[in-house]
Design a protein around this ligand. Structure first.
Ligand SMILES: C[S@@+](CC[C@H](N)C(=O)[O-])C[C@H]1O[C@@H](n2cnc3c(N)ncnc32)[C@H](O)[C@@H]1O
Length: 338
């Protein structure tokens, strides 16, 4: 480690959800380089963090490319399509799994391995062969591993979005253990679930003019839905998000009168706990290092801001690919860097 700052590499950086997570965690870490092939995501990233990600494809990174950063920590949020129904769950046979598998191999070739590793992915990653490769490699190299499946709702954010997280810390002499016997935590904190107050969804919404129909859900979308359960939940639909109410609806036409609208990119950014320019400073609260905190809207610089020329559709897509910065921050504070 160089000085007291933890040097992080952010792989699959997108719009920098993991970087924001590191900042929110306040763990004295710095992202020294990031990697992504998506030019629009990189443009947003550079606009916010004033540092351009490398657009070299991750599957071509060499040991030398990585070693020059002398990184202590790897942050990874690889593509999720290999593990989703929509992506046909091809797992290791999906070419989009290749960069992750490449990094897993690369890890063993490094003279100095990162002490810390954090990975985020979708539910179902935990049953994949890719995860098996990752956990087997980390165990063989002497990492102590924690895995969990958690939703922002468990952290006090009104958004249900179950995701897989893995934290790994290099601890020589950690026994490898049997990979099939591993616990995947589903409570937060891991030891004993704590009920965090969940603020109203309304607290995350922007006031919109009644005569502004920019975000209105077109009736043809609503009429195409059938028989779905409405909850105070948010449904991703065609890369956009809708807020729905709490009951089972059989007659979708009856939804038309609700005046449903999509969430705005700012609202999705808030629900993903990105620091936003529009948010007022968080109320002060006592916090103890490594102890789970009550959610507050992160503020400060850098915050999430889309540069001119990024269309609303692109903003939705980038946000949809991103992650919950608060959940990342709490797992970093309370598990990986505890
Ligand atoms: C699930 S998203 C991660 C999003 C990110 N955590 C964020 O906060 O926006 C996966 C990212 O991996 C990038 N990606 C996919 N294949 C890649 C490759 N071979 N090399 C570099 N980046 C890649 C995609 O462009 C996408 O931005």
């Amino acid at each position: 480690m160089t000085g007291s700052t933890v040097r992080c590499l952010e792989f699959f950086s997108g719009i920098g959800g993991l970087h924001h997570g590191v900042n929110i965690a306040g763990i004295g870490a710095e992202v020294v380089a990031s990697f992504d092939v998506n030019e629009i995501a990189n443009k947003v990233y550079a606009h916010n963090f004033k540092k351009e990600p490398s657009k070299k494809t991750i599957d071509r990174l060499t040991t030398k490319d990585i070693e020059r950063y002398q990184a202590d920590c790897w942050l990874l949020s690889p593509p999720c399509q290999p593990y989703t129904q929509g992506g046909k769950m091809k797992d290791m046979d999906d070419p989009r799994a290749k960069p992750l598998l490449h990094l897993i191999k690369l890890l063993s070739t490094l003279d100095t391995k990162p002490t810390y590793l954090f990975l985020e992915n979708v539910k179902n990653f935990e049953i994949s062969q890719s995860r098996k490769e990752l956990v087997t490699q980390l165990s063989a190299l002497g990492y102590e591993i924690n895995e969990c499946l958690l939703s922002p709702l468990q952290f006090g954010i009104p958004n249900h979005r179950l995701r897989y997280y893995l934290t790994a810390r290099l601890r020589p002499h950690t026994p490898a253990g049997n990979i099939d016997d591993r616990t995947i935590h589903t409570t937060w904190p891991f030891e004993k679930e704590q009920a965090f107050d969940v603020p109203e969804l309304a607290d995350f919404l922007e006031p919109l003019n009644d005569d502004d129909h920019t975000f209105t859900v077109p009736s043809r979308y609503i009429l195409r839905l059938h028989n779905f359960r409405l909850g105070i939940w948010i449904q991703s639909y065609h890369d956009q998000w809708i807020i729905t109410a709490n009951e089972e609806i059989r007659d979708t036409a009856s939804l038309l009168e609700f005046g449903l609208r999509f969430l705005t990119p700012t609202e999705i950014g808030r629900l993903h706990a990105f620091p936003m320019a529009s948010d007022s400073p968080a109320p002060s609260q006592e916090e103890e290092a490594g102890v789970p905190r009550r959610f507050f809207a992160p503020t400060g610089l850098p915050h999430l801001c889309f540069p001119e020329g990024v269309t609303r559709q692109q903003q939705y897509r980038l946000l949809g690919n991103s992650l919950n910065c608060w959940v990342v921050a709490e797992l970093l504070r309370c598990v990986l860097f505890k």
